[in-house]
Design a protein around this ligand. Structure first.
Ligand code: FAD
Ligand code: NDP
Length: 475
């Protein structure tokens, strides 16, 4: 381990001052402290940040809760004679809040046990080495900005009547009729949750296929499944122009095509933007990209040499594991250089916890082609065993994008049960450069949906393959 820079920084109160106690900030603080640095964290709202309080964690809890409805429905086919006596929303929210509090406390202990000083307040940066928080002026050799992002809502008349994902997890009652606007991660996840819990749910998206930037096969399959087999009322090419209060329904959303949608809850999930305003960045040399993210180099250094930034505020990939990896990397870069290695941004697996769920890693077919690969596409569509047995028509979809020249698997994509769990293992194989032949030679787990990934043999499409393929793959 290299010498902690505290040796050279006696004049500062801290070696590292972290602004933001979310996923990335806490990780960086702990790794830096473990390397011997004197570290402080300022957090203005809640420890654990977006992920723990209004993101991944409550979302997954809500998703588990909502899934019971379909489990109850399917149970009869498996011989269970159940009667369900309603749903206790208030009790559920209280239990969720208690769980989040437990996690907040764990984060607090982790910091305290790591000897990190915690300031529960909003920090303002005064200059390259100075911050103020809770009325104290403090100095640090390095400052790390890990302030995350916040929901974006378009500026249309009546938008103040809508809520965002930040409010969703604290609703006092389950909406009777919900309108979700957007077609990205949050919109499809929260629409699935609302409809799973039994709210009449309309999902209004301005495009013609959900989840832009995902593989086209995934987009088509998910859009079809939601349209045909879910109770979500999916409106495509739907642009909300105005929201009005309404005595009967609560609110009315007026669409550009003249339609009106009534709802007692209108939730906007139209993207997130970086939290860069109102905490003194104008006192620094920090610069921004066109999209408003903080510019950093490969070591997360901003244009102000002693100020670093990671996570959603940098925006390479707005996912918790990415913020965690960046937090580790920046702390090692500063205080444990021998252990530093840059974050690998290729083949980052990601899941969308909608119904049906999505898991994806690597290149989409369209991106692979754009990058000049000749690709072989393998696809499979089938009814998962639980659906088939219980009479559900839900179909799973799996797809591999293979480099026709090297046989390397460039992308793996799935819509169906347990997609998140399945895709994680594939990401390891792909990061190690697995070929389609490696997939073919792998023995499947039976009976499982995952085994389909090692049994797909038929190329369904190809773009100018240059030489014959290997044994076990198509003719
Ligand atoms: P954050 O976790 O947002 O932390 C930033 C912290 O900084 C906040 O706590 C904030 O209060 C604090 N702060 C801001 N300004 C100041 C200041 N001036 N002084 C002091 N404190 C300040 N990602 C996944 O990988 N999987 C998922 O399933 C997933 N689900 C999500 C669901 C939703 C609804 C949302 C909104 C996001 C989800 N994400 C998910 C994304 C994930 O939550 C973020 O990528 C991750 O939290 C980013 O971490 P961060 O450290 O950059 O920022
Ligand atoms: P996304 O960028 O995924 O989606 C935003 C959606 O809003 C898009 O469908 C976009 O349409 C639409 N939109 C944007 N502006 C407007 C507008 N003015 N009017 C109407 N629609 C609009 O953002 P999210 O908010 O869903 O999520 C933010 C990020 O958080 C994600 O990108 C992801 O990184 C992270 N996240 C991760 C999760 C996970 O890992 N499971 C879960 C939730 C969030 P268009 O496509 O046409 O641009």
């Amino acid at each position: 381990m290299s010498q902690p820079s505290s040796v050279a920084s006696r004049d500062f109160d801290y070696d590292l001052f972290v602004v933001g106690g979310g996923s990335g900030g806490i990780r960086a603080a702990r790794v830096a402290a473990a390397a011997g640095a004197r570290v402080a964290v300022a957090e203005e709202k809640y420890l654990g940040g977006t992920c723990v309080n209004v993101g991944c964690v409550p979302k997954k809890i809500f998703m588990y809760g909502a899934e019971y409805a379909s489990h109850f429905r399917q149970a009869k086919a498996f011989g269970w004679d159940l009667s369900v006596h309603g749903f206790d929303w208030k009790g559920f929210i209280a239990h969720k809040n208690a769980e989040i509090q437990r996690l907040n406390d764990i984060y607090r202990s982790l910091l305290v046990n790591s000897k990190v000083d915690l300031y529960m307040g909003r920090a303002t940066i005064l200059g390259s080495h100075d911050v103020t928080v809770l009325g104290k002026r403090l100095s640090a050799k390095n400052i790390l900005i890990a302030v995350g992002g916040r929901p974006y809502k378009p500026d249309i008349p009546g938008i103040e009547h809508s809520i965002t994902s930040d409010d969703f997890f604290f609703l006092e009652k389950l909406p009777r009729r919900a309108l979700v606007v957007g077609g990205g991660y949050i919109a499809v996840e929260l629409a699935s949750i609302l409809s799973g819990f039994g709210a009449e749910t309309v999902l209004a998206y301005r495009g013609d296929k959900l989840l832009r930037d995902f593989d086209e096969g995934i987009r088509e399959h998910l859009t079809q499944e939601i349209k045909e087999r879910s109770s979500i009322d999916l409106r495509l090419r739907a642009n909300v122009e105005r929201i009005l209060p309404d005595n009967q329904s609560g609110y009315r959303a007026l669409l550009a095509n003249g339609e009106e949608l009534a709802a007692d809850c209108i939730l906007y999930a139209t993207g997130r933007y970086p939290n860069v305003g109102g905490f003194g960045l104008e006192n620094t040399g920090v610069t921004f990209s066109q999209q408003g993210f903080i510019d950093v180099d490969v070591c997360y250094r901003t244009r102000d040499p002693n100020i670093f930034a990671i996570g959603d505020v940098v925006g390479y990939s707005q996912l918790t594991p990415v913020a965690l990896a960046e937090g580790t990397a920046v702390a090692r870069y500063l205080f444990d250089k021998d252990a530093f290695h840059p974050v690998a941004y290729t083949a980052i697996p990601t899941a969308v916890f909608c119904t049906p769920s999505i898991g994806t890693v690597g290149l989409s077919e369209q991106l692979a082609e754009k990058h000049g690969y000749n690709v072989w596409i393998y696809e499979s569509k089938f009814r998962p065993m639980r659906s088939a047995f219980s009479g559900d028509q839900a179909q799973a979809f799996m797809k591999l994008v293979v480099d026709a020249n090297t046989d390397k698997v460039l992308g793996a994509h799935m819509v169906g049960p347990d997609a998140a769990e399945i895709i994680q293992g594939l990401a390891i194989a792909m990061n190690k450069g697995a070929t389609k032949r490696d997939f073919d030679l792998t023995i499947g787990v039976h009976p499982s949906a995952a085994e389909e990934f090692v049994t797909m043999r038929q190329v369904v499409r190809e773009t100018q393959p240059k030489h014959p393929h290997l044994e076990g793959t198509p003719p």
